[in-house]
Design a protein around this ligand. Sequence first.
Ligand code: PLP
Length: 355
Amino acid sequence: MKKHNFNAGPSVLPREVIEKTAQAVLDFNGSGLSILEISHRAKDFQPIVDEAIALFKELLEIPEGYSVIFLGGGASLQFCMIPFNLFEKKAAYLNTGVWASKAMKEAKAFGETIEVASSKDANYTFVPKDYVIPTDADYFHITTNNTIYGTELFTDIDSPVPLIADMSSDIFSRPLDVSKYGMIYGGAQKNLAPAGLAFVIIKDELLGKVSRHIPSMLNYKTHIDNGSMFNTPPVLPIYSAMENLRWIKAQGGLVAIEKNNIAKADLLYNEIDRNKMFVGTAAKEDRSRMNICFVMAPEYQALEADFQKLANERGMVGIKGHRSVGGFRASTYNALPIESVQALVQCMQDFEKLY
Ligand SMILES: *Cc1c(COP(=O)(O)O)cnc(C)c1O
């Protein structure tokens, strides 16, 4: 049976990217060797890294003065690399979820860390908007898409201090104004590549300003100066990322990708709002296009397991909500075809007809 992959992460990738990756595992570039058994410094591999970085710059229209690097350790390692490299006196964080608060926790070990606003008391169902960014902070950290709660910030905000964004789960989902950011980073496994890879886009002029010693592996400068090859990078995920970026470009780039993401999200939110059995959990103006969270309406609460069962029978995978929100979460990343959303909507409509 056809599966509809709504997993939150690791998650759906374009079929084409998976096939190309599988091919490279069997025989990389007709070399008679697998990509798994060649050096990251092999002459055939360098063009893969170069093309991945070039496509980052092209698709996101990254201005001059920024570096793009690939690292291991996921987004979570960045939570501590950021203060190591950029925290001198004070940092500011917007608390919009568990990932945001984990990032903030690491900064606290380095000194004064200001939480400018938080939606924790409302179980992170919205993105706070009224707050003041301290102008004496070294940076201001935000999480643009809150994967667990299904809220998203769609605007590239103005910040008086360098803006740092965790875009693990919405990178490449819409065009960005990179010039508004000092740094953009994320784990690759939500919208880009298999797990094991993190990407960092950083404005070069922010580096080299802190007074502490930074261990080599945690120093962005090390990785920039060595073209992401200071040590062995996650070779296979970089290969898949490159193929995925080619795929994004072939779809028409980020303008086309965004249009498709809006169409998918509208389709599902419209059904959640129309269908008497379900309610959305995120504030309407902050509804994520990547992770769509909904629960049973109070009077139908007892039917949650029945809906889950019907969805399973129809090939829906990964729609169970995160334990801190409950209900359901359908992740609709770039690679999820609109047909999968249509199948979920059909399932919700058929379920409603049963009661
Ligand atoms: C998944 C996720 C993370 C954690 O990523 P790891 O690569 O597992 O460390 C951090 N931030 C956001 C927004 C996420 O969605």
